[in-house]
Design a protein around this ligand. Structure first.
Ligand SMILES: C[S@@+](CC[C@H](N)C(=O)[O-])C[C@H]1O[C@@H](n2cnc3c(N)ncnc32)[C@H](O)[C@@H]1O
Length: 241
């Protein structure tokens, strides 16, 4: 059987917990239906069916993003760059290489580097092995490099990259000071004239503020289509020549 690339499921534990809560609510509503405690009767039907929907619908939408929406979103992000094929590209929090590989397929003489710290809870099967397997299956081994490195403290010299990409990574840095450091690192490794295309579902205005502090020109892109869950915002930060 031909092996196909696997780009993983984002936040798999969140999806699992939502599905468990959904099933428990369905069981309480349709099977248990009510309990009586100290002569007080609690009815689970039909109220808990609404709770089941409140847990189940986000879980299904998150799975749809992982299986379909993320590929549209990757193309939307990569579409913000006027590619020549010669770019030096960095993907911050590359995971299983969604953007790294997408960018590499647009390169001729350029090169794409992906960094990550491989948090298991952020993406299913997260680790260099899964990424290297995808790189090999997509045939971009000669145009990519993978490094275990933290977004908050990168070892690249100033002005290394023409394009910096990052999707759904920075919100995983839980403290504001850490997210600020990561934005400043992205600005630092960007070449003059280069662009950072950053996407996330929260803190995007905070990133905008940090990039402006670094002297970058920031464009907040309007939501073009809601085919991601949670809805993802994109910003493009350019380092003026
Ligand atoms: C939800 S996954 C998204 C992966 C990929 N960007 C995509 O869109 O498919 C978030 C990734 O960010 C990585 N990550 C989280 N914090 C990081 C940090 N401080 N430095 C580098 N990578 C980080 C996680 O390990 C994970 O691979």
């Amino acid at each position: 059987m031909t092996q196909r690339p696997n780009y993983g499921i984002d936040a798999p534990n969140v999806i699992r917990n939502l599905l468990i809560a959904c099933v428990v609510c369905v069981i309480l509503a349709l099977w248990v239906r009510s309990v009586t405690v100290a002569h007080i009767r609690f009815d689970f039907y039909p109220g808990f069916l609404y709770s089941a929907a409140a847990f189940g619908i986000p879980a299904v939408l998150m799975l749809l993003y992982a299986k379909v929406g993320k590929f549209h979103h990757r193309d939307r992000m990569l579409g913000k760059v006027a590619w020549t094929g010669a770019e030096m590209v960095l993907d911050v929090g590359t995971g299983r290489g969604l953007l790294l590989i997408g960018a590499a397929t647009r390169l001729t003489t350029g090169h794409a580097t992906g960094i990550d710290i491989w948090n298991a809870e952020d993406l299913s099967g997260n680790g260099p092995e899964g990424l290297l397997s995808n790189i090999s299956l997509e045939g971009v081994g000669g145009k990519t490099t993978v490094k275990s490195e933290n977004a908050c403290q990168m070892n690249f010299p100033d002005g290394t990259f023409d394009v910096v990409l990052s999707n759904l990574c920075l919100h995983n840095i839980y403290d504001q000071a850490g997210r600020s450091r990561a934005c400043h690192e992205i600005a630092r490794v960007l070449k003059t004239g280069g662009a950072a295309v950053i996407s996330d579902y929260k803190h995007v205005k905070e990133y905008r503020g940090e990039f402006i502090k670094c002297g970058l020109n920031v464009e907040m892109c309007p939501l073009e289509r809601i085919d991601t869950f949670p809805p993802l915002r994109i910003l493009v930060a350019r380092k003026r020549a």
